[in-house]
Design a protein around this ligand. Sequence first.
Ligand SMILES: C[S@@+](CC[C@H](N)C(=O)[O-])C[C@H]1O[C@@H](n2cnc3c(N)ncnc32)[C@H](O)[C@@H]1O
Length: 256
Amino acid sequence: MSTSETTPKGALPYGRPPQTEFDDGLDYPRIGGVSFRRGTLTPNQAALWEEHWDRVGRTLSDEVIDPERWFGRPGPTILEIGSGTGTSTVAMAPREADHNIIAVELYRPGLAKLLGAMVRGGVDNIRLVRGDGVEVLQRMIAPGSLAGVRVFFPDPWPKARHHKRRILQSGTLRLIASRLAPGGVLHAATDHAGYAEWIEDLREVEPALEPMDWPWPECPILLDRPTTKFERRGLGLDHEIREFVWRRRAGEEPAR
Ligand SMILES: C[S@@+](CC[C@H](N)C(=O)[O-])C[C@H]1O[C@@H](n2cnc3c(N)ncnc32)[C@H](O)[C@@H]1O
């Protein structure tokens, strides 16, 4: 029996996920052993998943995505890494109706929630990828193809020994820069003071990414986020929200 016959839709392969070996001396987060990817769907979510996943979802693979084919139309593509339950994804997509939005998340119930909101709201410019953000960028996204990358409220991994799991690292920034088209935008937000400091330290680390000031009224992609569940929790705790934006420099080719 082939794996596709035995693996349920959108399931990640058993065991430790395949990880690309990067040999450029930069830091890449490794979260392969982390168990937060489990979780069950409600019967309603499972039914929607069964009905829609084949059209709007895919799991991590070595197949480079052709957005024009997948969305059935051309358009600038934005990748959101760690979309969670998709609160901002589904609220922003109708406001950027000409854009094709790809949400990357490991947590299946989160993707299922987003899928439910897409179906209920008739939002058809979002597609879902289940997998690790670094691997998806490396293996499924063509170099120079993205208009934007979003990383909203990434897991802060507050303990020092877990900092290497933070998604924003020198290597991830290099990889993101290589997938952005010249002029493309990286937008990150955090409510965690330690993570904000961490990002400050990485602001200038990637030569192909130009740090931009916030606010940035002329930004070519939508920067206005609705308040997400994690953000609301942070605001309740009096956390300051920090936004970081970069523009992919033209003529500076990141080696990847
Ligand atoms: C704190 S939540 C924030 C979710 C959402 N962006 C929001 O603002 O509500 C971080 C999310 O990133 C996801 N995540 C963490 N590491 C990831 C990775 N390497 N690739 C894809 N998703 C990841 C987690 O599963 C989690 O849902």
